[in-house]
Design a protein around this ligand. Structure first.
Ligand code: UDP
Length: 312
């Protein structure tokens, strides 16, 4: 049994992570300022004696009393519409927040785990993306606030590892979807499902030829836990390598929902990556991990969740 601090623990991934840690009898301290996270994601854990929730902005100094074995830094706006609306908070939580979380880990001699992202590869020229690729990021574009904050968070994590000998993990998370995404999250899977359920047109940005590789949340969490339990200090991609054009995703969602929705084409956001697919050789070799849930199955489960939320 370990004591684990999860920043951003009331968010989409953070709350699923809290569930997985509680399920294996870890003590969990969940810290979240609830700007994009929600109490509804974690309230089912409030009856667990081994779960504590602290409402706090981790860009400010963090302190947790007692022993801590691991600090998992998952706090950040994570949807393009969020980090466009909250650019400074996004930069702060990726930089100051990571520094504070590292400081907590160092003072407790705990393992530090940073939630990094496929966005560190930017609009990639190497496809699929291997961890050794340095990426193609526009530092001053509107997405740069997220991409560069996460790149900084990886750099400072490696500095603490090398200079302070801190035990660290870096995961690069690729597009993940599933229950507890916010209905107004703005990301493509939640947008398409809500639009299909409400019989509205699905909003495709650009021509829909851009690709993403979607990982169901249960697979993602299993990968994160196995990375935490490993001793791998280099970055590891955790994502589903099955790549789809956004127009293909639209067809799958319409089909699963059984909706009559058409398509509405809107402008492509600035610096929207044209392609994205993780190379997961490292995760397979080191962790023995790979995803199991195919897109149609995962979309079906996510549709059930949103249908329940919308009372349909
Ligand atoms: N997208 C879309 N319609 C939407 C929302 C997103 O066509 O309603 C596109 C977006 O332009 C991008 C892809 O879907 O090419 C994935 O967007 P998302 O915001 O989910 O994640 P990203 O991978 O861009 O961070």
């Amino acid at each position: 049994m370990a004591t684990v601090v999860v920043t951003g623990g009331a968010g989409f991934l953070g709350s699923h992570l809290c569930d997985a840690l509680i399920a294996r009898d870890d003590e969990v301290v969940c810290i979240d300022n609830l700007i994009t996270g929600s109490v509804s994601n974690i309230e089912h854990l409030f009856t667990e004696r081994s779960f504590r929730f602290v409402e706090h902005d981790v860009s400010e100094y963090i302190w947790v009393p007692g022993e801590v074995d691991a600090v998992l830094h998952f706090a950040s706006p994570a949807s393009p519409i969020d980090y466009l609306e909250m650019p400074i908070q996004t930069l702060k939580v990726g930089s100051l927040g990571t520094h504070n979380a590292l400081g907590l880990a160092k003072s407790k001699d705990a393992t530090f785990f940073i939630a990094s992202t496929s966005e560190v590869y930017g609009d990639p020229h190497v496809h699929p993306q291997v961890e050794t690729y340095w990426g193609n990021v526009n530092p001053i574009g509107p997405r740069g606030v997220y991409d560069e904050a996460k790149r900084f968070s990886e750099a400072i994590t490696m500095a603490y590892h090398r200079f302070h000998d801190l035990d660290t993990r870096i995961v690069r998370i690729f597009n993940t979807y599933g229950p507890r995404m916010r209905p107004n999250d703005g990301r493509v899977v939640s947008n398409f499902i809500i639009q299909a359920l409400e019989g509205r047109p699905l909003t495709i940005y650009g021509d829909g030829a851009q690709t993403r590789s979607f990982c169901f949340v249960d697979d993602e969490i299993r990968g994160l836990i196995s990375l935490l339990d490993s001793n791998e200090t280099n970055p590891v991609n955790i994502g589903n390598p099955n790549e789809f054009a956004i127009s293909e995703l639209a067809e799958i969602v319409v089909d699963v929902v059984g909706s009559q929705s058409g398509i509405e084409y809107l402008d492509l956001p600035v610096d929207d990556p044209t392609q994205r697919q993780p190379d997961i050789t490292r995760a397979r070799d080191i962790l023995g991990w790979e995803p199991e849930v195919d897109l149609r199955t995962g979309v079906t489960r996510t549709v059930e969740y949103f249908a329940g939320l919308l009372g349909r």
